[in-house]
Each structure stands twice: as C-alpha cells, then as structure tokens.
Ligand binder design. Structure first.
Ligand SMILES: [Zn+2]
Length: 397
C-alpha cells in the first residue's frame, strides 16, 4: 500500500466521498475574494488532521516549503482565515458532513452493526476572560461573580457502529439551554440524513424529559436515555423492583462480567405520552474489581431488542465522550479559539467534526481494505507529516 499523503487524501475526499462540489462552493460569503476558498478550506481541514489547528500554524504550514505537498496552491496569512471563516455559511459544511455519512453507508461502512445510533451531548469549549461574541456564556464563582466566559455546544455523532463520526454541532448562548440545542441538532440531523438513516438516539439523563423523548419519537427514532434521579418516581420504582429480583441475564462482555435487569411495564411519568416504559439496570464488574451500575430507559420493545443488545446501545453513549469530545479537544483543537467571532467559531467547530469523521473513515475503512492491519491515529498522523518532506507536484485536478 502506498503511503498516505495529503494528495492521496484529497483524491479520497473527491472521488470516494464526492466532496469536490463542497470544496468548489463551500458557502463563501466574501466579496471579490483573492484567495480561492478551496485553498483556505482545505488548509483548515488538513491542519486539523496534522494537529496544527491555530490559524498562525496554518499560515506557517502554507508559507513553508511543504506547501506543494499539502496541495495548497497559494500562501496566505492567518487574517485571511479569520476573514474567510467569519463569512462562511454553515449549511454547506453541514450538508457536506451528511454527504460523507451517506457515502459511508453506501460503501457499507456500517454493515456489521444491526443498529445505527446517534449520540447527542453537550460540552464546554473556548474559555476566555472577556466577552467576545454572542455565544459567550458567563462563568461565575460560588459568590456569583463572573470569573470568565465559556462557549457551550451540543454535538451529535454516529455511534454504535465501530465508527464514531461526529457530524454537527449546535452552540447555545446565554439564556439558552443544552436541552433545547439538543432538540434543534437532532431535528436538523434527521432533516439532513433522512428518516431512515439511523435507528436510535442515545442521551444522558438531562435529556430524559418528556418533550425531548417526544421530539425524538416524532422523528421516528427510538430513544435510549440514562435514568437518574431527575425522574424520581420512575427511578425509585425501578430501584425497588430490581433490588428484589435476580438479574434477567448475565454474560461476559469482553473481560467484564455483566448482570442485567430488564422490565418493560413501568408506568410513564405524567408528562410522558408512552403507554409504558422499559427500564434496564446493569451491574458491570471490571477485572480490577471496579463495579459500574446504571439505569437506562427506552421505548425499544423487548421483542425487537434483547437485554444484552440494549446494554450495548446504552454503552454507545460513551463514544461521544471519548471518541467525540476527548479526541476533538485533546487532538484536534476543539477548545482552542482560533478567531473570536461567532460564525468563525461555529465553522471551525464544524470543520473539526469533518476532520474527525474523514480521518476515521479514511483510516478505519478505506486504508483498511484488503489484509492491511488497522493503522492507529498516531501512525496515520506520522505518515502524513513524513509525506510533507518529499517533493510533490501540485495536483490541480
Ligand atoms: Zn464568545
């Protein structure tokens, strides 16, 4: 297999993922631009894959002797990236992410999984001392004094398929809530992906409210939600009933021993229009002696999904924490404020999702064809960096 390089990655994006129309028309709102949008957008995406996310780092990369190997036709400064991202519309990037997921499904990237999940969760990014944009939310100390500002967003990701593919974010400013942003992002996702792309939405306990569960149900998706003390009646009823019963099933999940309780005839709380609620409790014993216990609720009927399968769907929620937020923050610069402008922030967050999604499909599916072993993210990064040292003709196709 030939060594991965920006040139080969570009061919993968345009030929396999069919993203050429997006790079030709990414929603560039600049008037009379001198630097082609493709050069700026491709540099932003590639710099994230190279883990050089600051706009100054992008300027340094495209101003270096590696520019031809990066497949960028012209050098530019960090101010050009600020100007470009302030004026870049979000909808073409969101549509490009949806197109990537559709292409992945068409290429059978998810065929080993009986269900495709969408995990929705919120996180904090971009801390700053002074208020700089409409998304800035004040952060207060215990005395109620403002100590700084933070940005909050809700992310949505494909999960439960062996591929964690974040594909949209919804920021929310002061006076807004994670829960409402979570409704907007899941409605937009189904609008972009179509009603039959995914099977279920998996969320943490703060989303387990009747309006959220109804909103997901209205989109013809099942829901798997963590059950915590914010639903006290159902939580206590499940605790009482399961504590008096032996587990319904026990099994090995890798090296972990799992006991699971499962019943589908709990009464819904007043606001929930379901006829009944299915609840599971699992106890997961780790080899080091740690024990994890959790309760989850769902509208998946028992005849369609076994207790063990439901356990796996519930566990898929952790993907958005680990392969979503942790990777995006620690490796791809999600927390870094490149340019403090609301549209620029949003576009950089979306381009970060695109970088994560493309990296995984390229590495775990495309490069994994045949008998090659799966390369780690670090190995791919190293190969991409090494490829910059070799002289490469600029591919203008
Ligand atoms: Zn801000």
């Amino acid at each position: 297999m030939r060594m991965p390089s920006p040139r080969r990655l570009w061919k993968y994006l345009t030929r396999c993922l069919r993203l050429q129309p997006y790079f030709d028309s990414p929603g560039d709102g600049r008037t009379a631009p001198l630097i082609p949008a493709r050069a700026l957008l491709w540099s932003l995406l590639l710099s994230r894959l190279l883990r050089e996310w600051a706009f100054h780092a992008v300027e340094a990369l495209v101003g270096s002797s590696a520019r031809a190997a990066l497949q960028v036709e012209t050098a530019f400064g960090d101010d050009a990236l600020s100007y470009f991202t302030e004026r870049l519309w979000a909808s073409p990037t969101r549509a490009a992410l949806a197109r990537v997921l559709h292409q992945a499904k068409r290429h059978k990237a998810f065929d080993d999984s009986p269900f495709i999940g969408l995990a929705v969760d919120g996180t904090t990014v971009g801390r700053c001392q002074a208020r700089g944009c409409r998304f800035c939310r004040p952060h207060r100390n215990q005395a109620g004094q403002i100590t700084g500002y933070r940005h909050h967003l809700v992310m949505i990701s494909v999960v439960g398929t062996g591929l964690t593919l974040p594909f949209d974010v919804e920021p929310y400013g002061p006076g807004e809530s994670e829960y409402r942003a979570g409704q907007r992002v899941v409605r937009r996702a189904v609008g972009l992906l179509g009603p039959r792309f995914a099977d279920y939405v998996v969320v943490d306990g703060e989303f387990a409210t009747a309006p959220y569960l109804h909103a997901v149900g209205d989109l013809h998706l099942r829901v798997v939600a963590r059950l915590k003390g914010n639903l006290p009646e159902l939580y206590q009823a499940a605790q009482q009933r399961f504590s008096a019963q032996p587990p319904k099933a026990c099994f090995w999940e890798g090296q972990d021993w799992v006991e699971i309780w499962d019943a589908d005839d709990f009464d819904p709380w007043d606001a929930l229009r379901w006829q009944s609620v299915r609840v599971i409790r699992y106890r997961q014993y780790k080899p080091n002696g740690n024990l994890f216990e959790a309760f989850w609720l769902t509208d998946f009927p028992t005849h369609r999904l076994s207790s063990r399968s439901l356990f796996r769907l519930a566990k898929s929620r952790w993907e958005i924490e680990n392969q979503g937020f942790n990777d995006a923050k620690n490796r791809y610069g999600l927390e870094h404020i490149c340019h403090h402008h609301p549209q620029s922030l949003l576009l950089v967050w979306l381009i970060t999702c695109l970088a994560l999604t493309i990296e995984r499909l390229y590495r775990l599916r495309y490069l994994h064809r045949g008998t090659h072993r799966v390369r780690s993210a670090m190995e791919l990064l190293r190969l991409l960096r090494l490829s910059l040292a070799y002289p490469t003709p600029l591919d203008s196709s």
